[in-house]
Design a protein around this ligand. Structure first.
Ligand code: FAD
Length: 321
């Protein structure tokens, strides 16, 4: 038995969520007194690959194949499944990222494995039972799922597990498999990064705004606060539907689910569909001029006030700090 972790990269650099998943996988390997192997797919330099050892990987499998330079759901799932089989890994850990959400079910089928997606805690392994706590109903609840299959896939929610350093560097080995044409029926030809700002799903702090901001011309304040805090920006659905902000910022039931350490909601009412994607944030701060806004019910801190008065003061205070 061993544990395999898929180390996801963005433009050749491992993401924070990858180090979280790696630290989490290391803890599972320790629970089971077994080896931890990492697999990286795409164009990643050797120095970067070796860094995976710092967070617990004992060996890194490097799949450098031109066809696999950009993420392809089916093909990546095939490669990871083959690596799991070749290394006797019966637990595969991935991040519950955009890519991870595509990979998890495919890996489940390929490895005949039970899947726990959106895991938020280490598995409990008692009396032969293997249970994992995970988010359910778009983040509105938690579920404890029991994985009864021999092979298991766990997709770790972002910001759910701390990055822990536990080693030095890891040896890197090439891992090559024959790719099949049927794995490439839909391919990404190129990725153009729209922004170099903090990525929303990985962000530790999110500054989010809703219709209370009145119009896109008022987002300078939101961006300024986010830049000062090193935060990602987000918005409610009607804001992106109206074209005030890009759809990539829309959070909630039909948008991105986030669980940052701090979520600041400005001029957002707190409708159930919005809360579905943000309620697992560790600390929620709400700024709304209506004291009866539903968001205050789930807020850790609240400011009842006009965003146009509160935000300039908040920005000035953060600048001074
Ligand atoms: P509003 O409801 O208009 O609220 C604006 C808030 O701003 C109010 O609370 C108001 O008091 C406050 N405000 C106004 N002026 C100021 C000011 N000057 N200073 C401070 N506060 C001020 N919504 C999502 O966000 N994400 C989703 O994923 C999502 N999915 C949905 C799926 C379905 C099937 C449906 C039916 C709806 C979905 N919605 C979603 C929409 C959701 O129901 C709400 O309509 C939406 O979240 C409201 O957005 P809002 O809070 O920005 O706007």
């Amino acid at each position: 038995m061993s544990v395999l972790i898929y180390a996801e990269n963005a433009a050749g650099k491992f993401k924070k969520s990858t180090f979280e998943a790696l630290s989490y996988a290391k803890a599972i390997a320790d629970q089971n007194s077994t080896n931890l192997i990492a697999i990286s797919i795409g164009d990643v330099a050797n120095d970067e690959l070796a860094v995976l050892g710092k967070y617990g990987a004992e060996k890194v499998l490097n799949v450098a194949n031109d066809k696999l330079k950009n993420f392809v759901n089916q093909a990546y799932a095939s490669v990871i499944a083959e690596a799991a089989k070749a290394n006797g890994a019966d637990i595969v850990v991935i991040s519950n990222s955009f890519s991870g959400r595509g990979l998890a079910p495919r890996l489940g089928v390929k490895l005949d494995a039970g899947v726990a997606d959106g895991a938020v805690a280490l598995p409990e392994q008692n009396g032969g039972k293997f249970t994992v706590k995970k988010t359910a109903f778009s983040g509105k609840a938690f579920a404890i799922v029991e994985l009864t299959s021999q092979n298991k896939i766990i997709a770790l929610a972002p910001n759910a597990y701390k990055v822990v350093e536990s080693g030095t560097t890891a040896p890197v080995e090439d891992f090559n498999i024959e790719t099949k044409a049927s794995d490439f029926t839909a391919m990404i030809k190129d990725i153009v990064r729209a922004t170099d700002k903090v990525s929303l799903p990985d962000a530790e702090i999110v500054v989010s705004a809703g219709r209370g901001l009145k119009g896109p011309e008022n987002w300078d304040m939101i961006e300024e606060l986010a830049d000062l805090l090193g935060a990602a920006t987000a918005c409610s659905k009607p804001v992106s539907d109206s074209g005030w902000r890009p759809h990539s910022e829309h959070v909630g039931q039909t948008g991105i689910a986030v669980s940052p350490n701090l979520y600041i909601a400005i001029g957002i009412s707190g409708a159930i569909q919005h809360l579905a994607g943000v309620s697992s944030s560790k600390v929620i701060v709400v700024i709304n001029k209506d004291a009866e806004a539903p968001f205050f019910k789930v807020a850790d801190y609240g400011i009842v006030g006009d965003a146009f008065e509160v935000l300039p003061k908040l920005i000035a205070a953060v600048k001074e700090y």
